[in-house]
Design a binder for this molecule. Sequence first.
Ligand code: GDP
Length: 534
Amino acid sequence: MLDAPKNRPDLPAEIARRRTFAIISHPDAGKTTLTEKFLLYGGAIQMAGQVRAKGEARRTRSDFMQMEKDRGISVSASAMSFDYGDFRFNLVDTPGHSDFSEDTYRTLTAVDAAVMVIDGAKGVESQTQKLFEVCRLRDLPILTFCNKMDRESRDTFEIIDEIQENLAIDVTPASWPIGTGRDFLGCYDLLRDRLELMDRADRNKVAESIKIEGLDDPLLERHIPADLLDKLREEVEMARALLPPMDSQALLEGTLTPIWFGSAINSFGVKELMDGIGIYGPEPQVQAAEPRQIAPEETKVTGFVFKVQANMDPKHRDRVAFLRLASGHFQRGMKLTHVRTKKPMAVSNPVLFLASDRELAEEAWAGDIIGIPNHGQLRIGDTLTEGESLRVSGIPSFAPELLQNCRAGDPMKAKHLEKALMQFAEEGAAKVFKPAIGSGFVVGVVGQLQFEVLASRIELEYGLPVRFESSQFTSARWVTGPKAAVDKFVNANKGHISHDNDGDIVYMTRLQWDIDRIARDYPEVTLSATKEMQ
Ligand code: GDP
């Protein structure tokens, strides 16, 4: 393997070998296929989230999965850990559909880098662009994989130009494709001066790589037809003259992305990408928090919850909070402090997840993700420490863009409905508002599809048919300000006031005009479209 300069040479080895990242892509670009190949090369598979549970659970889950599949979306995020060479990879799955941007955003707060997968024939598509913008907000380092090179794909320079222009990021080729479609032979590895040929016969294996002494090496002629070789030499010369070279620092700062070309389905280019993640990808990074930031090498353990998933096992009705460790060496049974409630919490049954089962996590290090089963104490945005009052910052909650009233099919089951809705609210799957006047609930989501997913989950997981109906309101804003001013505002606007699932006050309306008026009439009251989870 190559040596690359590391930005934090002082990290303990166990932390330094960790790479925690997500894959972002447009649906159909090949994220699932690439993930499978990662797991294949990673050997032992441990995954959280979309697991095949047993028995009864399997049926429920797979029904739900079927719905995901029919829609071509991935509804819930998950995390998988595996070793690759000297490295420990933590791959955090992002929900793929645009409706789930808030969940995706929060998932991306838990990783140190992203792998962007694009389809070689399609280039940068809408969803890639959106997800990229989210990564950009945090200057996340991005490594790019251009997939499906075994199909007719676009000109290599054209693809690179498109990324540079549409995403405003410099691109450096880590490999260069030889031929395209049926004539695709493989890639020239620009970082290691090696020829990698694709083996079409065996989809799970890569043909051995051939060590080359530069592009003038006569060995090349044995493997590449003359016309393709001329083209390769010409293009690589141009690429080296025109495009920036690999620069680890620029990658870490999020201003340069290396691109590998390959075919996930043929397992081609995947190892090179994985090597790249290991060699150039960032180790666990410093975490923003209040009142001070957290460095991964600190000996005390800190972590934050970026996702909560309820009913992973309907038999137990438990919830799992996904905790990203920001620092230290965690050991099973540790007593941590739940900073929001200041209560101690013995973490005696943390889990990593195998593909088909859960496994106890005996230990974990900064950068790792562990699941903590709980009965609802842990919420998104919560911080756990060894006693210090630290709060991880930058995990937002966004005002929903769509609001609907939710009613139980059977009016006698309203209490059950409340319980189900609260559970999904804590999972971050929806916002639930209880109006100050009247009965029922208003549910807020970011995309229409989420209503259908919710209805289906409430029915599957609680046996409760529900109806979503249009609401008189279209916007929700969190209300903050000095208590007296807020009380006065609330009293004068009772018909518009609700409480969210955390008990915070929310103002609902269907008119932007109302929001503008309040800004004028109640200068001390702030209406905001985001609130920080805490
Ligand atoms: P996702 O929606 O991004 O998760 O994409 P999938 O991994 O499900 O892939 C979408 C489709 O593209 C599937 O039919 C895959 O078999 C196919 N596919 C994935 N990788 C490749 C590839 O390298 N070459 C070709 N020809 N097809 C691929």
